[in-house]
Ligand binder design. Structure first.
Ligand code: PLP
Length: 285
């Protein structure tokens, strides 16, 4: 695989970053994951805008312009022959001379930027979307700025492991009795023709797929309600689903071991998945 590190395209075995990099020592960095379908980028603009917001919130400077970032994404897709898959992008505050809690001077310490591709043939045709996924619920003990897409992913990773040990696919996190989101996705329930999802705040990541799906839902005359919901309300919902750049729209058919309805995907989530895939493919660049 050819990867991109600080301005260079290199074989992955030759790519290097410093042991003093603050991403490595302090999780002082942000990331984005953009999906690729038909060799084209899905929602690139949304990811680029959110990246800039994450950087701004952490007072970090971008080492690259949006135009150049698009070129790097396209070049990596080309070099690695990606038809379906993902591009991972990470920017950290760079590697000062020594470990220090104080941010380094941006004049002397440049950010570190890394991009690599993940080839995932069959991403759009994922059989898991036909079957639906199982989630468990766990307490949300992450920090209070989940709207910033930082590389601090230890608790979400532990949550995923808890799900795996319980025979499930993912964990929905609960704060003050209400579902925040999945370990790496936004969470939704469906009641009748109404799609319910938590409103945007510092408590959740503002999903790029979420924004697109809610827009498509409204265009298709489905009702959208942005509000908190409890895990009990979710267990009694007609349907549930998640969204993210790497899973698009994925039905949830079981919560904490209890089947939702008949335990198979319903009407709304599969339809939204289809609309999302169709529309995103058309708009891909
Ligand atoms: N919520 C969390 C915690 C995530 O990590 C992600 C994606 O990685 C999402 C939601 C979904 O965001 P997007 O649709 O932009 O991939």
């Amino acid at each position: 695989r050819t990867v991109y590190v600080n301005g260079e395209y290199l074989p992955e075995t030759e790519a290097k970053v410093s042991i003093f990099d603050r991403g490595f020592l302090m999780a002082d960095g942000v990331y984005e994951v953009t999906s690729v379908l038909d060799g084209k980028l899905i929602d690139f603009d949304g990811h680029a805008v959110r990246l800039q917001r994450s950087l701004d919130e952490l007072e970090m400077q971008s080492p690259i312009s949006k135009e150049d970032l698009l070129e790097v994404h396209r070049e990596l897709v080309r070099l690695n022959g990606v038809e379906e898959g993902m591009i991972y992008l990470q920017i950290t505050r760079g590697a000062p001379d020594d470990r220090d809690f104080v941010f380094p001077d941006p004049e002397t310490t440049a950010p570190t930027i890394v991009l690599f591709t993940q080839n995932k043939p069959g991403l759009a045709d994922n059989p898991a979307a036909k079957k639906g996924m199982k989630v468990i619920s766990i307490e949300d003990i992450r920090w209070g700025r989940r709207d910033i897409k930082t590389v601090q992913l230890l608790y979400p990773s532990m949550g995923k492991m808890m799900a795996k040990k319980a025979g499930a696919d993912d964990a929905w996190m609960i704060q003050d009795g209400f579902v925040t989101e999945g370990t790496s996705n936004n969470a939704y329930i469906v009641k009748g023709n109404k799609i319910i999802t938590r409103a945007k705040s510092n408590d959740i990541l503002h999903g790029i797929t979420r924004a697109a799906v809610l827009r498509f839902a409204e265009e298709a005359q489905m009702e959208v309600e942005e509000r908190n919901f409890t895990i009990d309300e979710a267990r009694e919902a007609d349907e549930a689903f998640i969204t993210s750049a790497s899973t698009f729209v994925m039905p949830v058919v079981e919560i904490d071991g209890a089947k939702l309805g008949d335990g198979v995907p319903g009407r709304v989530a599969p339809r939204l998945r289809e609309i999302y895939l169709d529309e995103s493919r058309k708009a891909a660049i």
